[in-house]
Design a protein around this ligand. Sequence first.
Ligand SMILES: Cc1ncc(COP(=O)(O)O)c(C=O)c1O
Length: 448
Amino acid sequence: MTDIPEDSLLRQSLTQDYPRIVRGEGHYLIDDQGRRYIDGASGGVGPCNIGHGVKEIVEAMAQQASTLAFAHISMYENEPQVALANKLCNELAPPGMVKAYFTSTGTEANELCIKLARLYHLCRGHATKTMIITRWGGYHGSSIAATSYSGRSNRRHDLHPYYFPVVHLEPPYCYQCPYNKTYPECGLDCAGALERAIRQVGPEQVSCFITEPIGNTMGCVAPPDEYFPIIRQICDKYDVIMIADEVITAFGRTGKYFAMNHWNIIPDLIATGKGISSGYSPLAATLIHEKIWQVLDESKRSLPGFTYGGNPLSCAVGLAAQEYIQKHNLVERSAKMGEYMHRKAQQELSDLPMVGDIRGGKGLYMGIEYVQDKETHQPYPVELNLCGQIGDGAFKNGLGTCPISGGVDGILGDVSVIKPPFVIPQEDIDKLIEIMKQTILQVSATIG
Ligand SMILES: Cc1ncc(COP(=O)(O)O)c(C=O)c1O
């Protein structure tokens, strides 16, 4: 017999008890019992880069809501939308990004990239170039289309009948290399796999390659430095559009405005979301390189729209959030504090039981991977739900984290991802690491 629900809310997980969060202050979340938690994952999935309750954002929001909350982009333009697009393209994005198109979610921003890649080839007379190449372990959104070209197996299994064909490559993941090789002797087979796939499918069939710069749903996995330069070269060689999904990494999470800046790579299309508005209002943007824009401009095609895409309220919030980041040098702060957090975690956590890999150092963004065997890197059985246990334990101890499972092969793999707001003070990074230590020891004692 199913219990009669206490209320009508359908929660995302049917097995989890959700704490009720009633307030956010800086890098803290506060529940309905008045308990305070360090928000170690910026709202759980990473958007809250500037922290909660920032007065300037609330004021910008109120000002815009009382001036103009909505007028649809298919018929009208609005000032905050134009101002934010100019800021993104002229000040923040990698050179060559000349246009920004606004949507509400990262899923939509990625899907627009896929559509624009298709349109680019179509308009240049290459109508057969339609195939999407992506990576196992990647995540590009929750719509059925985005799930097709994502590679998070544990979220894909139920929907198989609805997917369209895409090609999945193994990701660069040195700690659990899918090719069973060791860097640098491996010769970066993970990057070379793109060229092999393009040739196998037929270059005249391949539209684009979509990739996260740092794999979030694999647990903060960055590639070796040579990876993206090789990928860029291969895409150019075969006229394949390179799409960077920077939904989580853009706007300072990795200590630079865009994660691709770490490798001086300029993608053809960039999907952003989350940190663009720091979680204050749903907003995302696709950034379009001049190369794509020129073809689109000549085609005179209209773009697909969504009701709330580019709405004045969200764009005003996005503008205020980006101004706040600039004014307070928060990207630089993310870089500095991220280095500190990573160093401290290495010192305090690496010798603990279960801790296999601690990766990060690029901004306030870190993954702690748990393994049964530190020599072989054997993951724990999925039934144990180890990262869930650690997530629950950390929360009881006063810290919100983002547990990630399935990164190793789609089923196995346990990682705690830590990505606090950029405003977290150093002493609370120490506290965060101390809570992780305490929690890891508690959980390891219970599993033996
Ligand atoms: C890398 C990446 N791409 C896309 C998305 C989807 O964004 P949204 O949930 O805003 O649709 C996410 C969300 O977690 C993400 O991390």
